[in-house]
Design a protein around this ligand. Sequence first.
Ligand code: PLP
Length: 458
Amino acid sequence: VDPQDIWRKDRDHFVHPWTHFDSFKQDGSLVMDRAEGAYVTDISGKRYLDGIGGLWCVNAGYGRKEIVEAIAAQAMRMPFYNPFVDTTNVPAAELSAKLASLAPGDLNKVFYTCGGSTANDTAVRIAHYYHARRGKKSKMHVISRIDAYHGSTYLTGSITGRPGDRSPYLNFLDGWIHHVSSPNFYRSEKARQEDMSEAEFCDHLVQELEDKILEIGADNVACFFAEPIMGAGGVIVPPPGYHARTLEVCKRHDVLYISDEVVTAFGRLGHFFASKDVFGIEPDMIVTAKGLTSGYQPLGACIFSDRIYDAMSAPDPDGWFTNGYTYSGHPVACAAALANIALMERDDICGHVRKMGPYLEKKLNELLDLPIVGQVRGKHFMMCVENVADKATREHLPDAANIGKRISDHCERLGLIVRPLGALNVISPPLTLTEPQIDELVGILRKGIEAAMQDLRQ
Ligand code: PLP
C-alpha cells in the first residue's frame, strides 16, 4: 500500500467526524494500520503507545484473539437476522441476561443500538414513553449539564452541553432541553467568587438542579442526564455526594436519572459499572457503548429498570413503542461483547485497573512539578492534565498557544498518542497497561509538555 495514495484518498473522499475543515485540508490524517496490546502502528511503520484506547474504548487492548474468533464464528454461523418483536438471536439473548446480572439493582432490561449517541437517544424516548404510559404526557423536558457530552444525533447533540459542540445548528430543540452547571469545582467562577468549599459547591449544584426542575415544573420534566465522570467535557469528577444527592432530587420529583456510562463502564474505573460500585447509586437507566465490545464492534445499550419496563409494557390503546434499529441486538456485535466480558472476567481486568489505576494517578500527579500543569484529575484509567498560564490564578494560556494540540503533537512525534481537548490532554489507555507501560506513557507525556513549553519560549 502506498501511504501517499491512502492519504490522498482519505483527504479527497472520507469526511471525518468532527472535522475542522481548514486544518484537515492542510495536515491530512495519521493513517493507523495495525495494533497489538497497547500499541498502534501507522502505515509508515511507526509505533505509538495508545494513551487513548482508540477513543476511550479499546478496554481489553488490541489483538484479542478470543474476541476476533467470536466475531468470525458468529458471522459464519449467522451474520444477521431481523431482531424485531418476534425473532431474536442467541448472542443478543445471552448478552442481555449477562448485562442484567452485571448492572445494579433492578436494571434488567436492555435495548441495543449501534453506539452511544443512539443509546442516549433511546433513553430519552424510553423516558417519554414511560411517563406517557403513566398518564404524564407533559413530562417531556430534559435536563443535562454544561460540559456534558452525550452524543451527536440531533437530540443527543442538543442534550450535550459542551460549549464548543453546541453549534447554532443545534438550537432546534431549545426550550425542551435545559442545562445546569458543570460540576467542575476547579473551573467554577461562582465557587471562586463566593469562596465556596467543595462541599458548599455541591450544595449549590444540588439546589440548582432542584430549582431548575421547579422552574420548568416537575410535571414537565422527563429525565436528568449525568455522566458519572464527565469525559469529553474535560474528565470532570463531581464533588463527593453529588450523584447520590442529585438522584434524590430526581426521585422526589419523579424525574428519571439516566447515567451515561458510555466511557465509565467496562472497567475504566475498576468496575463493570461505575454508578453503583464507584458512586453508590442505582440510577433508573444506564447507557453504555464503547468498552462494551472494547471497540471491536459498534454496539450501544440502554439498560433500564423493571419498573420502567412494567409501565411501558402495559397494553397501549394509543399505539406502541416506536423505537428501533435494523441492527438492534446485532448478533456479531453481541457475540463480540460476550467474548469481551468473558475475557475481562477471566483476566480480572477490573481488578487490574483497581491495582494499577492509583499508580497511573500517582505518576501523572508527578507532572504537577511542571510550571504549566495546573491540575491532574480523573480516576484510574480515565485521566486528564489541564495546562495553564498561571497556577495560582488558573488563567489559561492564549488560544494561539494551542497548548493541548501542541503537546499531543510532540507526544505523537515521541511515540505516544494522547488526546488534545482545548487546554487539556486526555489519557484513557487500554486497561491492560502494565507498570512499565505507565512509566513509558508518563515519561513521554512529560517530554511532550517540556517540548511545548520550549516552543512557547521561542
Ligand atoms: N456519551 C458519552 C459520555 C460519550 O463519551 C460518547 C462518545 O464519546 C457518547 C455518549 C456518544 O457515543 P458514540 O460516539 O458511540 O455515539
